[in-house]
Ligand binder design. Sequence first.
Ligand code: CIZ
Ligand code: SF4
Length: 314
Amino acid sequence: MPTEIYNSIQEEIQALKQKRNAVILAHNYQTGDIQDLADFTGDSLGLARQAQKIDADVIVFSGVLFMAETVSILCPDKTVLVPDLEAGCSLASMIQPAEVRKWKETHPDGVVVAYVNTTAAVKAESDYCCTSSNAVQVVQSIPKDLEILFIPDFYLGSYVQIKTGRQNMTLWKGYCHVHVMIQSERIARLRKEHEHAELIMHPECGCLTKSMSYADQILSTEGMVQYVRKSEAPEFIVATETGILHKMRKENPDKNFIPATDQAVCNYMKQNTLEKIVSSLEQMRHEVRVPEALRKRAVLPIERMLEVSSNGKS
Ligand code: CIZ
Ligand code: SF4
């Protein structure tokens, strides 16, 4: 029986955080209550890099599993907990390590570029990691005569191919089940209805190549958050998972944010709840630890990406 009485679940979490010397990291797609309680919010790589700087024993990562793995890869000395082990990712699950190995067998000089939405086991088979913000830069850094396998997001890969003009690039046909729901017809209609709005799109959107000519910005979630802060536009059509709107609205109360569709809700991201964060801290569960041998291989593509990204940011 717990002896402490708390006025709110937020208070209970604060007390548990102190007891465990823990911090809470929340992805931009988490529900507003989790984002409000978190010590840091951001995109997956930004959060993992933040975790490296934090003086804490325990990190509760509220997001999805591959993201918690990235934290474990970059912070092997910390205990990384997730509130719910069922918080997977449809995109990350679309490619397996054996499939990458098979491609490499037939393309011994080929280079594998893995979007950050991949498991640690897939990263360990890859040469470079990339985020949506630096994918073009990473591909441009690879000698032109080398074949590239771009995994797992077909839409981000298509965008990179258009931007770089690279032909010797095989695109894996993976996709995010949330971002494919965002349709170009609806975006076109919203643009007509809101003529002063800027359109900001995430490159995982299934309609990216159709809509990119009239998108004002194509950005990662954290890129979007930073962009709307400084833009003078009064309205934004936001084409990504709707969790991002919480931070945008909170930080910019005088601006209007219109989701490209209300249906772009990631059921995996929304597995996490404040109650599960309490259990996580109380019972020190569910630990995500990338085994050291795998970690040593999975960190290499991340380090290569950071070297290429000139300023070292995601
Ligand atoms: O890496 C992340 O956090 C993802 C997949 C979303 C984004 O672009 O911020
Ligand atoms: Fe994965 Fe898509 Fe959910 Fe992001 S929104 S975690 S890519 S399923």
